[in-house]
Design a protein around this ligand. Sequence first.
Ligand code: CA
Ligand code: CA
Length: 74
Amino acid sequence: MYRVIPALLLSLIAVTAFAAAPAFDKIDANKDGALSVKEAASAGISKKMFTSADLDHDQKLNMDEYKALMAQFK
Ligand SMILES: [Ca+2]
Ligand SMILES: [Ca+2]
């Protein structure tokens, strides 16, 4: 439960930057700590956005990559 709090703060920042952005933890449906293309799509992240945000090209967005993506919408 405690680890939800920083995520919540981050999501507040993200919401300011990108109105439609849900918290990373909410998008991460299988809770593996990374967003698949499918999970990202459920949050309105297009394949094109996903690809540009996937800096290490592992076909997943980790928290840092997600944050970097959201930062582009400031
Ligand atoms: Ca996941
Ligand atoms: Ca990645």
